[in-house]
Design a protein around this ligand. Structure first.
Ligand SMILES: Nc1ncnc2c1ncn2[C@@H]1O[C@H](COP(=O)(O)OP(=O)(O)O)[C@@H](O)[C@H]1O
Ligand SMILES: [Mg+2]
Length: 241
């Protein structure tokens, strides 16, 4: 796809001598919600971390984000460019207040609009507004996921990547998180979401990639993948019946 916000081509990456990603091609355009599915150990988290330039060794291929070459960028520059990842497990500062966690998300920005952005995060996530002075560790799992997303929003992302946002959350809360992701996409933000829950994710995504063993095994629109016999057999486990 030309004109994509994120264009990954032939990406090979891993950890030291271990090659995990073996030539991945992927695109995400502004306003798209794109899912990455696949079994445990397929390299989904490695893919997100390679894109956000966090602790993964690149071995080949290109990552172009908003016209910039991310293979030459560090994590901070990647964040400044508007490419943000909410890591698996959320990685909040539990001993800091909700509000301080949010303020830290804006570390790459100049001051000035910070208060406006805080207000808009609180409007989007009312439970965070009620708990702004509480330690982050006192929040429920769903509230912590909201805080992790809110913190990323403070950096004004053009692309927001979520790694298994549904982990440990009740189905109703997961629906809320996906509703928020869809709303952000409608507002023009690009979303790249890694999930184990294939059916749920395909119901919200526009397109999806299935990653197996460090390579893209299948790619298509969410509607195509929901109909795909192989996806049905391996990833949907009859749950669409
Ligand atoms: N920090 C790390 N150091 C070394 N190997 C890692 C590291 N993180 C993940 N791996 C390995 O990379 C492979 C892909 O892992 P990962 O990207 O986490 O898969 P997924 O997110 O699809 O479950 C696995 O074999 C895993 O053991
Ligand atoms: Mg993972």
């Amino acid at each position: 796809m030309s004109g994509a916000l994120l264009e990954v081509r032939g990406l090979r990456a891993g950890y030291g001598a271990l090659e995990v990603l073996r030539g991945v091609d992927l695109d995400v355009a502004a306003g798209e919600l794109v899912a990455v599915l696949g079994p445990n150990g397929a390299g989904k988290s490695t893919l997100l971390r390679a894109i956000s330039r966090y602790d993964v060794t690149l071995r080949g291929g290109t990552i172009v984000f908003d016209g910039a070459d991310l293979t030459r960028a560090n994590t901070e520059r990647t964040v400044r460019l508007g490419c943000l990842q909410v890591p698996e497990g959320r990685q909040l500062f539990g001993r800091l207040s909700v509000e301080d966690n949010l303020r830290l998300g804006a570390f790459v920005r100049r001051r000035g609009t910070l208060e406006t952005d805080l207000r808009s995060v609180y409007e989007r996530f009312p439970p965070l507004a009620q708990r702004r002075a509480q330690h982050a560790y006192t929040l429920s799992g769903g509230e912590q996921q909201m805080l992790a997303i809110g913190r990323a929003l403070m950096a004004r992302p053009k692309l927001l990547m979520l790694d298994e946002p549904s982990t440990g959350l009740a189905p109703q809360i997961v629906e809320q998180i996906f509703a928020i992701a869809s709303e952000l996409a409608r507002g023009g933000t690009a979303l790249l979401i890694v999930e184990q829950n294939a059916y749920l994710t395909l119901r919200h995504a526009g397109r999806a990639y299935v990653l197996e063993n460090g390579a893209v095994a299948l790619a298509g629109t969410a509607a195509e993948l929901l109909r795909d016999e192989r996806v049905k057999a391996i990833y949907l486990g009859g749950s669409t019946a």
